[in-house]
Design a binder for this molecule. Structure first.
Ligand code: GAL
Length: 359
């Protein structure tokens, strides 16, 4: 009898220990993943955050998704701290300021929590394990080449007047967007075929803090005023804009100055924001670069899965992105030029947007 009681006591103790390992309800709590997006005030990040939450939950993870207020760095730092304390297994971060997370990510490294830099490279931190983005230099080259092709710079005599607008100076991507575009445009500026009347041709001179539409609009209103960029005034043939939020600001200024779909300068963009697609349909933005946030989210979920399961994430670039502490293994997705010629197929037929929302 005693042997039976002892056996039962052992079984009871064993089941109590097992219950402790599998969480309160006796079911194992799914691993939690932290996702830190910069802001809700720029359309694409809402899509990025939602795509990742949906795809991570479908893969069986719990998700702590946070948006950093109005691009507020201290808010994002606090959110990442809470994720670390909250026991996330992996943190995915689209940084507000590329160099602003060095200190907080030391805590992630100390707890062996892998960090995936999302779309924007986190600088000066050896806690960054991987980087998932689109080929940022290629985005810039596409924008520059589009202007070269549309203006016919290879054969036309010119000169053509152009102005340059790029994004946040603390966003590492700007070096690649602007660098890629200028790798194509600079020779034509040097030869005098492209003329930048403002003489503003550096990132510092063309930057737009936080990629703000309002700031881009204000700067361009000043350029229009200073150089009389108006129909019947000084010709303006093209405007390089590194993304849609800045392109929308430029378009607002140009439309207010009297430019119409019949004479609109050739303008570029990136992200295929809803407003920009509508401007394209109205002839007041000529192109955007499509970066399907569903694809990027899918890549990141794959990386998270590999990291949680102790496997190697899929990488296709081990040379381009040095974040100040060394090369960060990366996965680059492919961007696509979108114009009125292909927006239907790329954006509506693909299910990215509903055509009904653009009627
Ligand atoms: C960049 C991003 C772009 C652009 C911008 C605005 O880092 O790669 O897609 O839209 O931020 O958030």
């Amino acid at each position: 009898m005693k042997r039976v009681l002892r056996g039962a006591a052992v079984l009871l103790a064993l089941s109590a220990v097992l219950a402790g390992c599998t969480g309160k309800s006796g079911t194992s709590a799914a691993p939690k993943i932290g996702v830190a997006m910069p802001t809700k005030s720029l359309q694409r990040w809402n899509q990025d955050g939602e795509n990742m939450r949906r795809q991570l939950e479908a893969a069986g993870y719990r998700v702590d998704l946070q948006y950093g207020g109005e691009n507020d760095i201290p808010t994002q730092v606090g959110q990442i701290e809470n994720m670390i304390v909250g026991g996330v297994k992996v943190i995915v971060i689209a940084a507000i300021g590329g160099g602003s997370l060095t200190e907080v990510l030391k805590e992630a490294k100390a707890k062996n929590i892998p960090v995936i830099s999302y779309d924007r490279l986190i600088m000066n931190s050896d806690a960054v394990s991987y980087y998932a983005t689109f080929d940022n230099f290629k985005v810039g080259v596409m924008q520059g080449q589009f202007l070269v092709d549309k203006l016919g710079l290879a054969t036309a005599a010119g000169p053509f007047n152009i102005e340059l607008v790029t994004g946040a100076p603390d966003d590492n991507n700007v070096n690649f967007f602007f660098g890629g575009a200028m790798s194509v445009l600079q020779p034509y500026i040097d030869s005098g075929k492209l003329v930048v009347k403002s003489g503003q041709t550096t990132i510092a001179q063309c930057a737009t803090p936080n990629w703000s539409t309002e700031d881009a609009q204000k700067r361009f209103e000043n350029l229009i005023q200073t150089f009389n960029y108006r129909p019947g005034g000084t010709r303006l043939d093209a405007v390089l804009c590194s993304n849609d939020s800045t392109s929308i600001g430029v378009t607002n200024a140009l439309v207010a100055a009297g430019w119409t779909r019949d004479n609109f300068p050739i303008t570029t963009g990136q992200d295929c924001d809803t407003t920009s697609v509508k401007n394209m349909m109205a002839g007041t933005q000529i192109m955007s670069v499509f970066k399907d946030t569903r694809t990027l989210a899918e890549k990141v979920v794959g990386m998270v899965d590999s990291l949680v399961k102790g496997a190697q994430p899929e990488i296709n670039d081990r040379q381009t992105y040095n974040n100040g502490t060394g090369i960060i293994p990366s996965y680059l997705c492919d961007p696509v030029v979108v114009t009125l010629d292909n927006y239907q197929a790329m954006l509506f037929d693909s299910g990215y947007y509903r055509a009904a929302d653009f009627q």
